[in-house]
Design a protein around this ligand. Structure first.
Ligand SMILES: [Cu+2]
Length: 214
């Protein structure tokens, strides 16, 4: 499942079915069941769908509807599709540890709104989330450092905060931005400058000899 929308976080569900989430942003997760998935622009997820053998030739409605926390107008349509049984497919990759910590705070602007923040070049670990302002004295004690969600896009919830960590082991200049397209154009974006490490495999490789010159 991919949310390819430009500016709409979306709720998604299928009538009379439970979805088992097994993967997010090309990373395995501990499987869990849910009736509804919330997926932001730029996020991807794989879900397992258990079909109902007692309904041969049955069809089921699928629905998607925007989750909008900002002000202003938006298309509030609920879109529907039809599920007809076919066979599903799984997906995978792997993980690493973290050395950079970033707290993203969504309370310091006039109109709070959920923002799906996306980092290029790395996977992030979501070690903490909460509403209101992050408390650097109390909240780190509640961080999940055992089995945090690992992905590359995380919704910073309206009026709250998210703490992420990532291992800065991929040298280069890496874009980080809100995946609501118009917010990127408004400036909700930055770049991480990740320097070379000491070991040969921690260095940016030189440009190819046939790189076109200006
Ligand atoms: Cu945004």
């Amino acid at each position: 499942m991919i949310n390819a929308a430009l500016n709409d976080e979306l709720f998604f569900s299928i009538a009379n079915h439970t979805l088992t989430v097994v993967e997010a942003d090309a990373l395995y997760v501990k499987p869990f069941d849910t009736k509804t998935v919330l997926i932001t622009p730029g996020q991807t997820t794989n879900v397992l769908l258990k079909t109902k053998s007692k309904y041969p030739n049955a069809t089921f409605l699928m629905f998607a509807r925007p989750y909008v926390t900002g002000q202003g107008t938006f298309d509030n349509s609920t879109v529907a599709g039809i599920l007809e049984y076919e066979s599903p497919t799984p997906h995978s990759t792997k993980s690493n540890l973290s050395s950079v910590e970033l707290i993203m705070q969504d309370t310091s602007i006039l109109g709070v709104e959920s923002h799906p923040l996306h980092l290029h070049g790395f996977n992030i670990f979501v070690v903490g989330q909460g509403f209101g302002n992050f408390d650097s004295n109390k909240d780190p004690a509640k961080f999940n450092l055992v089995d945090p969600v690992e992905r590359n896009t995380i919704g910073v919830q309206s009026g709250g905060w998210v703490a992420i960590r990532f291992l800065a082991n991929n040298p280069g200049v890496w874009f980080m931005h809100c995946h609501l397209e118009v917010h990127t154009s408004w400036g909700l974006k930055m770049a991480w400058l990740v320097l070379d490490g000491k070991l040969p495999n921690q260095k940016l490789i030189p440009p190819p000899s046939d790189l076109p010159q200006c």
